[in-house]
Design a protein around this ligand. Sequence first.
Ligand code: NAD
Length: 279
Amino acid sequence: MSTPTPAPTLTLNDGFTIPQLGFGVFKVDPAETERIVTDALEVGYRHIDTAAIYGNEEGVGRAIAASGIPRDELFITTKLWNDRQAPAEAHKAIDESLAKLGLDYVDLYLIHWPAPKNGIYLEAWLAMEEIKAAGKARSIGVSNFLVPQLEEIIAGSNTVPVVNQIELHPAFAQREISTFARANGIEIEAWGPLGQGKYELLELPDVTAAAEAHGKTAAQVVIRWHLQTGNIVFPKSNNRGRIAENFDVFDFELTADEMASIDALDSGKRVASHPDDVN
Ligand code: NAD
């Protein structure tokens, strides 16, 4: 098999680098995770996004171990679930995730949701700093945080999160939070990059016209839009053909006009939960 083109990397605010295109495993059946992640690693992905709550860290770990890929060529993210934000729990949770993944450290550990009703995301963030200091996570960040919550943890700690992982796709482009994050050195990771298949994104004329112009698929156009916007992205698929398709995006570039027409699709419409409602 020919060596795949590696994904470009971005440098995080703590100096570590992250592949801008990865593979997400939300809703990947634990029994199938090892096979599917093995497919992704064979295709060329080196960045895997999982979470304790997905229940499939063991499958990710088995695929990593079987791949023989050197640890320093991989970028592995997992996440702290909402009911483990108390500091003592957070320390136990990272140890459990590392054991399941079969790793000594993750590249990125995220607070999965702010869970504002718990009211302890700042304490959780201080525990994340300790987890980083202990070498169990190279980098630490957050997910689903709103601007005031980002401001609170930045003001209340010594560490600016390296990323905020948020729902983001053309109909929900999250400009306010992206502008705030980038101004503060926080990269944006876009979850649900293809809208989770919940609206007709891949049939919209602005997307299909660009696909036709470049001889690519609509999904490849949307992934390119993310990359050219500066987002870190990890589309999910269980299908090897689509897994390969989603990584085959480094041989074309959307024009400024094509980018603008997809930018114009923003309607502020979420397809998933508001962060205030996940506790
Ligand atoms: P997604 O936008 O990646 O959509 C996945 C769906 O798109 C799949 O079910 C598949 O049917 C379809 N699809 C994939 N490739 C396709 C292609 N080439 N052509 C046509 N359809 C295609 O949604 P997602 O999985 O929710 O998001 C990606 C990743 O983001 C997740 O796997 C997970 O790692 C992460 N995520 C994080 C959070 C969070 O709260 N932090 C929430 C959801 C997802």
